[in-house]
Ligand binder design. Sequence first.
Ligand SMILES: Nc1ncnc2c1ncn2[C@@H]1O[C@H](COP(=O)(O)OP(=O)(O)O)[C@@H](O)[C@H]1O
Ligand SMILES: CCCC(=O)OP(=O)(O)O
Length: 367
Amino acid sequence: MGDYKVFTVNPGSTSTKIALFEGDKKVFSANVSHDAGALEKFETLADQLAYRKETIGQLLKENQIDLRGLDACVGRGGGLLAMDGGTYAIDELVLDHSIHAANGVIHPACLGPSIAKEFADMYGAKAYTVNPPDVDELQDLARMTGIKGVYRMVHLHALNLKETAIRHAESLGKAYEDCNFVVCHIGGGISISAHRGGKMVDGFDIVGGEGPMAPTRCGSVCAADLLKYCEGKDLKEVKKLCTRSGGFVSHTGISDALELTRRAENGDPYAEMLWNTMIYQITKCIGSMAAVLHGKVDGILLGGGMVYNQDLVNQVKEACDWIAPVCAYPGEFEMEAMAAGAGRVLDGKEAVKTYSGVCNFQGFDFA
Ligand SMILES: Nc1ncnc2c1ncn2[C@@H]1O[C@H](COP(=O)(O)OP(=O)(O)O)[C@@H](O)[C@H]1O
Ligand SMILES: CCCC(=O)OP(=O)(O)O
């Protein structure tokens, strides 16, 4: 990659991460934690924009970071209508759809494009968003459900999943497009996905209640049980089980997996059962993605914060390494992925994409 100066911005639920890259070298990074109360006072995501930008400006000033000569600024995206993977120019449509969460998924990542565009304009740089969670490359077979008119659409940690896959393919001396992988992000939310020919051809929707239970998410639940559970309840509150109040939060009130494992180690049988159940469900989902790839799997790749836990990695290996080698990439490469995505288009290795604003799946002609 050329020696491009790229500034990356990743707004999260309780943090704002920034990083500056020169070529593939990270020359500065910072992660500001926001007090939950400080964010709660903002009614809408858009209301947080000024506060987030101010936080970033202050960080740059305190650390004497000079963005002059910037080539590109990349913001993690969100809120966009389903799209193919790639690096997208941030234009008026991206700005409008992300800040207003056109797809109805309200997540702080939606602030990324607005922040990136502002810094890019300030320094005469390009503004991009790379593989936002709205990337949906499902194959047709993965779309249909048993209810007429209901089709599967997914949201996943596309940024980290794809970067992990690209890096692992490189380590095998291959191109991502020539490999088959099952790639997982195991953090506050858990993404499990099947990658073939450089596309995420199947996966579980992390905002819709699919896949394994996660620290903040309920995961797949029998439809009949869920309908019964909904009786007499506020549906808005029930829906939060899919993204915020499910999983460990529903059972224990805490989302911190590290704390849950401490409780399990100290002999709490409930915590131990939850931990083992989550891992069991992860392995079942990995198995189903391996079947999607007809068993031709070059690797099962594990990323995300919980992969720092050796027990989790061991249990997944024990259950799944008959399918393919299980490789752990603890933490995430989100900032690196954004810089690399900008680098690929600045280098001309990949064409920059224009967001169409039209969902990339429009149903089947015959159904
Ligand atoms: N050694 C560990 N054992 C168990 N959980 C861990 C460990 N290290 C980090 N975690 C958990 O990982 C989760 C955060 O993962 P991360 O990928 O950063 O989350 P997010 O996807 O929300 O950004 C937290 O619940 C944290 O407690
Ligand atoms: C919009 C989906 C992105 C997401 O769920 O990320 P986290 O799990 O990090 O909240």
